[in-house]
Design a binder for this molecule. Structure first.
Ligand code: ZN
Length: 119
């Protein structure tokens, strides 16, 4: 079992699967991140402007800083855009030589292999 995936509603965190309230009264994203760091939960990914990542209309979660998963625990081949923090989607039709990723928010293209070397 991985960490509990949560949803944010207002100033409260809810279990994203059961809808159960986990913790309320968290006034800022920073307060939520601090709470998440101290508990076994993971917040949905957001870009630098605070906009949620969405994969097929659902939130995306980053586990252990490197692995992305959907709410249903499906592994997703995504990467974080170095410019805007947006969701980068793999473009695998073009070539197998490079692992090219395109940001869905700003359209920036980058090579995800550079960031995945430590894994
Ligand atoms: Zn971007």
């Amino acid at each position: 079992m991985g960490p509990t995936k949560v949803m944010i509603k207002g100033d409260a965190l809810y279990d994203a699967k059961s809808g159960k309230l986990i913790q309320g009264g968290l006034a800022s994203r920073q307060a939520m991140e601090e709470y998440a760091a101290q508990h076994y939960i993971v917040l949905p990914e957001v870009d630098k402007s605070g906009k949620l990542w969405e994969w097929e209309g659902r939130p995306v979660y980053c586990l252990h800083g490197v692995r992305y998963e959907s709410l249903d625990d499906q592994p997703l081949h995504l990467a974080r855009c170095p410019d805007c923090g947006g969701m980068g989607v793999r473009i695998d039709e073009i070539t197998v030589e490079s692992d090219c990723i395109r940001c869905v928010t700003c359209g920036h293209e980058f090579d995800a292999r550079l960031e995945m070397m430590e894994t």
